[in-house]
Design a protein around this ligand. Structure first.
Ligand code: NAD
Length: 429
């Protein structure tokens, strides 16, 4: 039977609970979303016709603070998917210790089929329907797949119109000119990069002799590649949805990024100074990229890429999950048995939500930070939580994913216990 993202998440929660002495009620409460809203958004098309699009917002858990999570526009968006992703956000926020619970939302739509004006009507229409469900102290959306800073700007503007006041903190990932934070656009890639730096310290990895393969060359993948390349790591394979390229000597990442921007494809180009020449690079499939014999594999594209089908063939020593859920729980068992160390998504890609938190703080105080301040604060959080989870995985003799879940559930559970659980109330009878 095919396991869903939610099944995987629940399995990981139940495993983590075994490493704590938290009341069972904690797992019960975290296993159930707090509230789910389903809406139908009417959109007047450019030709005058009317269409409806199904939208969702799920607030999973607000034990530690207002809920936080992205909004995605994709035809596959469903209530079940949004619930699973909201659950994940609860753990991600707890892993990095920011005072939020998890949420997620989305609209079932092929965003590419809409004109810019239809997209604006859809985004503003969605906010009109969910305005009573969100708010800077309640639930704070952010961009996700096929949504971007312009859409976040429209949404903040619509919410402010409804409330008759300027409310920038209702949404993060806005354009900097509308209250967005500097350093937000590369925050996910940068957060993963800080994790890799910590991983390298733990294992004495020398960048020049460390090979890296990156699946996915979008926002997150490109920034990890750029930062690692700057430190001298050898990025030997890169892919996008069209396929992968491989060059054992390593690629010049800035020129690949330029080529991708100009042609929308990754092509094999090598630049030395201003001189760029096409070079021989082997072409691989995305499946072959995952199975390369490299030191670090970075899945930065889609979920469910490493499954029980291919896990046995993975040769990388370390995997840093920049994508959400690229490894299934069945594959985890095989990778653990083969001693492949995985830096889990709820830690490795938490840089984005962390800088979203910084944006919210800046919006609330009205004081805006320099780029260096954002980088420094992000590095402090990512490095600190990486080390805590790394030490915990050694202490409780488990893999880093389980340790990350244990770390998160302890934070969530302590807050729940402070409010009182069965073990407290039954004793006070
Ligand atoms: P993106 O849309 O900018 O890039 C996705 C990349 O994956 C593109 O290069 C695309 O060509 C490639 N791709 C698509 N299908 C592929 C396939 N079958 N094989 C290989 N590559 C494929 O998305 P992104 O923002 O970079 O997000 C990537 C992953 O990181 C997603 O799982 C996302 O949920 C996760 N993530 C992103 C952020 C963020 O702030 N951007 C935050 C947390 C998690």
């Amino acid at each position: 039977m095919k396991t869903t993202l939610f099944d995987d998440a629940m399995r990981r929660l139940n495993t983590a609970m075994k490493y704590t002495d938290l009341d069972d009620e904690v797992a019960l409460r975290v296993g159930t979303p707090k509230s789910c809203l389903e809406v139908s958004v009417p959109v007047r098309r450019d030709d005058g016709s009317l269409d409806f699009f199904r939208g969702y917002r799920v607030r999973h858990d607000d034990t530690r603070g207002p809920t936080k999570g992205g909004l995605r526009y994709h035809p596959s968006v469903s209530l079940d998917e949004v619930k699973s992703l909201a659950f994940w956000m609860t753990f991600k926020c707890a892993v990095v210790g920011i005072p939020y619970g998890g949420a997620k939302g989305g609209i079932s739509v092929d965003a590419k089929s809409l004109s810019p004006m239809e997209l604006e009507r859809l985004s503003r229409g969605f906010i009109r329907l969910v305005a009573d469900f969100i708010g800077p102290d309640v639930d704070i959306p952010a961009p996700d797949m096929y949504t971007n800073e312009r859409i976040m700007g429209w949404m903040m503007d619509e919410y402010s119109t409804i409330r008759r006041q300027h409310v920038p903190a209702v949404i993060t990932g806005k354009p900097v000119s509308m209250g967005g934070s500097v350093g937000r656009s590369d925050a996910t890639g940068r957060g993963a990069y800080y994790c890799i730096r910590e991983l390298a310290k733990k294992h004495d990895l020398d960048p020049a002799s460390t090979t890296v393969a990156i699946q996915g060359f979008g926002n997150a993948g490109q920034h990890v590649a750029r930062l690692l390349h700057k430190d001298g790591y050898r990025i030997v394979a890169i892919s996008d949805s069209q396929g992968a390229i491989y060059r054992p000597e390593g690629f010049d990442i800035p020129s690949l990024i330029r080529t991708k921007e100009e042609t929308r494809h990754v092509q094999a180009v090598y630049c030395d100074g201003a001189l760029c020449t096409s070079i021989d690079a082997d072409t691989l499939t995305n499946e072959e990229l995952l199975e390369l014999d490299v030191d670090i594999l970075v899945p930065a594209a889609l979920e469910n890429q490493i499954t029980e089908e291919n896990a046995e063939r993975i040769k990388a020593k370390y995997i840093v999950e920049v994508a959400n859920g690229p490894i299934t729980s069945a594959a985890d068992e095989i990778l653990n048995a083969n001693e492949i160390e995985v830096v889990p998504d709820i830690l490795a890609n938490a840089g984005g939500v962390t800088v979203s938190y910084f944006e919210w703080l800046q919006n609330r105080s009205g004081e805006y930070w320099e780029l260096q301040t954002v980088h420094k604060k992000l590095q402090t959080i990512m490095s600190r939580e990486f080390k805590r989870i790394y030490d915990l995985h050694l202490e409780i003799k488990t893999d880093m994913r389980t340790a990350a879940y244990v770390h998160a559930i302890k934070r969530i559970g302590e807050t729940m216990e402070a409010k009182g659980t069965c073990s407290y109330f039954s004793k006070s009878k």
